[in-house]
Design a binder for this molecule. Structure first.
Ligand code: PLP
Length: 408
């Protein structure tokens, strides 16, 4: 049984107050809170095992290396990757996508080639590609968004063609809550001998992910959004593609032999893990994955689907509110605006009630332009949030509305 009250006891921060009110943390799309199990893993690591990995010939180095490599296995299993050699630890989604744009893009893109993105992407799945095409002469194309917040798949079928070298798309939108048909995009990409990259920043924490079923060639995600520590995330890539790629960062550990004028590269995944990695971050991410596995990703998805729909319904009762994104098949977040209140003022006023939401462009400026707005407010839910918290959000919004109404 999925018992939210019991789950919440594992998250010490949820007990705190903000401005004298119980914290209602609804900024999970930005980062998640951490359970005791992850915090304890980090403490244990520093109290008992801390050492640099792979190079040391002593007991602590062996223990730290074993824990780090075990974490790699756990994360690979978590996304049903066929192997763990294709699982590269990075700082997170942003670094993972930059790795591909640099190490695959600079080698494989030429003038006349096209990268197909969507106009709903987070800046981290847009700017790295802008840099890659600037350096290679390739060109970006964009799958448009329909007015209901879903992708225009007819346009996608026209856009993805013989010139396409890679399609890159977010699995779940951090603004619209749309879950994109990445399997279909992967199929279209492969029919045209192109590769498929999935930005899993908003899917890996919230729903079961099977990279084989998705049919993607690269999958990127951030540990800090899925109960893990900040600064540790991952890129999974198909071995045969990673083998052919150039390194991203050069330095220690990623080499086999170094001469004064040239070097050769280490095996996967080490070829892409230069220098001392975020060892405790990766081990903490392993503990986060254990926690998620124990709850069950299907259960987490179901909880968030129900809670997201409940919050969407309650918010839609507020007069004049604008809700963004599709009506159905949503991820567990809601972006909204009130016509008479700026989203920044709203989040400030809600903070005084202990309710933490985010407002702004959410690193999606082109999407904001497409929507014809500068910013939205966003409440994003996770496995520990409750209907009572959604009610607290709505009550705080109504009070904020009254407050601003009084000054109108
Ligand atoms: N992609 C999406 C859809 C996101 O929501 C985010 C973060 O909000 C990112 C990428 C970037 O993640 P990070 O900052 O952890 O690299």
């Amino acid at each position: 049984m999925y018992d939210v009250a019991e789950i919440r006891q594992n998250f010490p921060i949820l007990d705190r107050e903000v401005h004298g009110k119980p914290l209602v943390y609804l900024d999970n799309a930005a980062t998640s809170q951490k359970p005791r199990q992850v915090i304890q893993t980090l403490t244990d690591y520093y109290e008992k095992h801390n050492a640099n990995i792979h190079r040391g010939a002593h007991r602590l180095a062996e223990e730290a290396t074993a824990a780090y490599e075990e974490a790699r296995e756990k994360v690979a299993r978590f996304i049903s990757a066929p192997d763990s050699d294709g699982l590269i630890f990075t700082r997170g989604t942003t670094e993972s996508i930059n790795l591909v744009a640099h190490a695959w893009g600079r080698k494989n893109l030429r003038e006349g080639d096209e990268i197909v993105l969507t106009e709903t992407e987070h800046h981290s799945n847009l700017v790295p590609w802008q840099l890659a095409v600037r350096d290679t002469g390739a060109r970006l194309r964009f799958i448009p968004m329909l007015d209901d917040g879903t992708l225009d798949m007819e346009a996608a079928r026209r856009l993805i063609g013989p010139k396409t070298k890679l399609v890159a798309c977010t699995h779940a939108s951090n603004v619209l809550a749309t879950i994109n048909p990445v399997e279909e995009l992967a199929r279209l990409a492969h029919e045209n001998d192109a590769l498929m990259l999935v930005d899993g920043a908003q899917s890996a924490p919230h729903m079961p992910v099977d990279v084989e079923k998705l049919g993607c060639d690269f999958f990127a995600a951030s540990g800090h959004k899925m109960l893990g520590p900040t600064g540790a995330g991952f890129l999974w890539g198909r071995i045969e593609i990673l083998e052919e790629m150039e390194p991203f960062l050069g330095g220690g550990e990623m080499i086999r032999e170094v001469h004064l004028d040239h070097s050769t590269w280490n095996d996967l995944p080490y070829k892409f893990e230069a220098g001392t990695m975020n060892i405790e971050g990766a081990i903490g991410l392993g503990a986060a994955v254990d926690y998620l596995d124990e709850l069950g990703m299907e259960n987490i998805r179901e909880h968030e689907r129900r809670l997201g729909a409940y919050a969407h319904g309650r918010l839609s009762e507020i007069e004049g509110i604008v809700l963004y994104g599709p009506e159905k098949d949503r991820a567990g977040l809601v972006s909204f605006s009130l016509p008479d209140v700026h989203p920044h003022d709203l989040s400030q006023l809600l903070d005084e009630e202990g309710v933490a939401i985010r407002s702004g462009h959410h690193c999606c400026q082109p999407l904001m332009r497409r929507l014809g707005i500068a910013a939205t407010a966003r409440a994003s839910f996770y496995l520990y949030n409750t209907e009572e918290e959604a009610d607290a959000l709505v009550a705080a919004l109504v009070r904020a509305r009254e407050f601003f109404g009084a000054f109108a």
